[in-house]
Design a protein around this ligand. Structure first.
Ligand SMILES: *Cc1c(COP(=O)(O)O)cnc(C)c1O
Length: 237
């Protein structure tokens, strides 16, 4: 299967899942995760109409993104170290992995210096509070007001990465929990938090059924990544 065929398949599965949930297909944005694949490969996806892409490493984005058309929208989906914020903001208008109030405040300062207004998601561990990065549910509740006071960083919603389980139904309760937490936080703050980033190649259909507005799909579009290290690299800077 070509990248164009894979994209068509993923898009039609997203549409079907949205239909089952009574949602509009347009409410779901496919973030094509191009980590480990070259700009040349990304261009094939662009030729097939894909415009939104995700990378998990700042350094890889800095090399790849400038080689590609300006009109693409890039999402950082891996852990952001404080010393890479400036470089990250230069190429990623979306940071999906804001994982502490301290990091959000650091991003705010750099965004102010650079004259930028990054969009952000709070990475929340709804499943496993021992996960290395991310807000616990309690911390998200506690820090929400301070996060919403930031003037540059626009908190658009929540993101989660449940522990991998090949059975997509195992992800469903975590996706539902993220949606419920979003509903609770939005009600408490009195503002919409419209976006939910959840679901990967093996469980994006379930995520769409549970309310995802972003699904992060890599291998179902680009094929298997070569390095095991890269596959596990979602939490690397
Ligand atoms: C790599 C990665 C994905 C995509 O994974 P696939 O299983 O290839 O679809 C999604 N989200 C994050 C955070 C990732 O690091």
């Amino acid at each position: 299967m070509s990248i164009a065929e894979n994209l068509a398949e993923v898009r039609s599965r997203i549409a079907a899942a949205a239909g089952r949930a009574g949602r509009a297909t347009d409410d779901v944005t496919l973030v094509a995760v191009s980590k480990t694949f070259s700009a040349e490969v990304v261009r094939e996806a662009v030729a097939a109409g894909q415009t939104v892409f995700g990378e998990n490493k700042v350094q890889e984005g800095l090399v790849k993104i400038p080689e590609l058309p300006d009109r693409l929208e890039w999402h950082l989906i891996g852990h952001l170290q404080s010393n890479k914020i400036r470089k990250a903001l230069a190429v990623f208008p979306w940071i999906e992995t804001v994982d502490s109030l301290e990091r959000a405040e650091q991003i705010e300062r750099v965004a102010d210096e650079e004259g930028l207004f990054p969009k952000a998601l709070l990475q929340v561990n709804v499943a496993d509070d021992s996960a290395k990065f991310g807000f616990s549910v309690e911390a998200a509740r506690r820090d929400l007001d301070a996060l919403l006071e930031l003037e540059r960083v626009e908190i658009r919603g929540l993101m989660t990465i449940p522990a991998f389980d090949p059975d997509p139904e195992k992800s469903r309760p975590h996706f539902a929990a993220l949606r419920e937490l979003r509903d609770e936080l939005a009600a408490a703050a009195g503002i919409p938090l419209p976006d939910l980033s959840m679901g990967m190649s093996h469980d994006y259909e379930v995520a769409v059924e549970e309310g995802a507005t972003f699904v992060r799909v890599g291998s179902a579009i680009f094929g298997e990544r070569k390095s095991i290290l890269s596959q596990q690299g979602s939490q690397q800077g």
